[in-house]
Design a protein around this ligand. Structure first.
Ligand SMILES: Cc1cc2nc3c(=O)[nH]c(=O)nc-3n(C[C@H](O)[C@H](O)[C@H](O)COP(=O)(O)OP(=O)(O)OC[C@H]3O[C@@H](n4cnc5c(N)ncnc54)[C@H](O)[C@@H]3O)c2cc1C
Length: 448
């Protein structure tokens, strides 16, 4: 049965599929695949745009390996099985009176898939999801089950928190959670010039700050979410009908219709884009943290995202604003800008530096190659690091220059998986290969 990712940018035909329901069954699957000479990949929810999970060997479907293993609400420590989706995790944490300190835009990913690619949300003082991990249990290439943490096998731990699945199959993840909290959300259109001028002020004053900018519009949609620290403070909750109207009707059904129109008549894309930017509306409401972080994303798109040093953000955006009007094919989707604090995870895109994330998108089926290449050359000039799960063309040579501890990561990989049981073409390209590499050519996979 063919495997395909959410965006349709990657597919593969695994020789075998396994549906393990215990850690031992994961080990047995790795052993059986090795005996048959097959490589192994763990499948998450397929939400990476890169073929990170693709395999012609053995695919381990962990969708039946979910739920909480142990929880210590006092300490805020919760261990979950690796196939647990963020949605399931949020529901389980709600029941325990806990929450993740920060999350990305959607909740469809598995916890293991999310950490493996360095999935992040926004917050100048906060790290990506992998920074909340305090311990991992992994099945290694020799099918042994090992645990790692800051105290136990610390090198493996630092490498495995963001590893694109290169070191083994994660069987469980222990997370350091915080007491459940509500967010006061403020979303409003603002002139892009003002947002850029006040960028540092907004990033400092709000726990979670981000903005969306429609490339041909003058306005950005600014999202400022902060914790409600006093009970009863913060704006009112949003009524269900308004939530449905704003997120399902406006951001999905109506925006999807605009995108389809633009794809059918590309000459309309620029005016439609301006129209979308002009119809942005203001909303202010309170809700449980994950209800604010997560929004439904039903309109399909392709995406590239680079982590750039925060101080270079304004230059990157100035170059991008200059590049977009010169593109042969217009851009339908907005640019998203987020922030994160520096961390110490070797392959984290925010390793060692306060980071701004710039994500560019195009509606699925519209040409994106020229746009993505222009963006990549802009971010290259400032040492931009690509999201491991989003489209890019960098290889191990270039990534080795961008990550100071890349050599350490490769050493741990050589020690734990000398025969490359967990290899696939994407990993060989981004981490280096024992054999000559055939680039996977991410931009060539979808026809415009
Ligand atoms: C609509 C949409 C919105 C998104 N929003 C954000 C966002 O806000 N922020 C952000 O940073 N990213 C975002 N992403 C990217 C997404 O979070 C990542 O690509 C993430 O990896 C997807 O998780 P997954 O479970 O689908 O993993 P997959 O894409 O299925 O797999 C990713 C990698 O993890 C490996 N893996 C999975 N499970 C295991 C395991 N048990 N052990 C070892 N390796 C494993 C796979 O082999 C693969 O290498 C978004 C993507 C989409 C499509």
């Amino acid at each position: 049965m063919t495997w395909q990712n959410w965006a349709g940018t990657a597919s593969s035909d695994p020789a075998r599929r396994y549906w393990p329901r215990t850690a031992e069954a994961i080990g047995d699957a790795v052993k059986e695949a090795a005996a048959a000479g097959l490589t192994v990949r763990a499948l998450g929810s397929g939400h990476s745009f890169t073929p990170a999970a693709a395999t012609s060997g053995a695919a381990l479907d962990l969708s039946g390996w979910t739920g909480v293993v142990t929880a210590d609400p006092e300490a805020g420590l919760v261990t979950v099985r690796s196939g647990t989706t963020i949605r399931e995790l949020n529901a389980a944490l709600d029941a325990l009176g806990l929450a993740m300190p920060n999350l990305g835009d959607i909740d469809a990913q598995t916890i293991a898939g999310a950490i493996s690619t360095g999935t992040h949300g926004t917050g100048a003082g906060l790290g990506g999801i992998a920074t909340a991990v305090t311990a991992l249990e992994l099945v290694l290439a020799d099918s042994s089950v090992v645990s790692c943490s800051a105290e136990q096998r610390p090198d493996l731990f630092t490498a495995a928190r963001v590893s694109v699945g290169a070191l083994g199959v994660i069987s469980s993840v222990t997370l350091s959670c915080v007491p459940a909290f509500d967010l006061a959300a403020d979303e409003r259109p603002m002139p892009l010039g003002e947002v850029l001028e006040r960028f540092d002020e907004f990033a400092a004053a709000n726990d979670h700050f981000e903005f969306y900018w429609f490339p041909y519009g003058k306005n950005a949609l600014v999202k400022r979410n902060s914790r409600i620290r006093e009970p009863g403070a913060g704006p009112a909750r949003m009524p269900g009908w308004r939530q449905f109207f704003e997120y399902e009707v406006m951001e999905n059904a109506a925006f999807g219709a605009l995108c389809r129109t633009g794809r059918a008549v590309p000459a309309l894309i620029k005016p439609l884009n301006r129209f979308a930017a002009n119809t942005l509306s203001k909303r202010s409401y309170s809700a449980t943290s994950h209800e604010v972080f997560v929004t439904p994303r039903r309109v399909r798109f392709v995406e590239s995202e680079y982590a750039v040093p925060r101080e270079s953000l304004l230059d990157v955006l100035a170059e991008l604003r200059a590049a977009v009007p010169r593109l042969a094919d217009p851009v339908m989707f907005p640019v998203e800008v987020r922030v994160a604090a520096a961390d110490d995870i070797w392959l984290s895109t925010a390793y060692g530096r306060d980071t701004a994330y710039v994500a560019i998108h195009q509606y699925v089926g519209l040409p994106f190659q020229e746009y993505f290449r222009a963006f990549e050359s802009i971010t290259a000039a400032v040492g931009g690091r690509p999201h491991w799960g989003k489209m890019h063309t960098l290889d191990a040579n270039r990534l080795g220059e961008l990550y100071p501890r890349f050599g350490d990561f490769r050493r741990v990989r050589d020690e734990t998986d000398p025969d490359r049981r967990f290899a696939n073409p994407y990993l060989e390209q981004v981490l280096g290969s024992l054999w000559p590499v055939i680039p996977y050519g991410p931009y060539l996979r979808i026809s415009p």
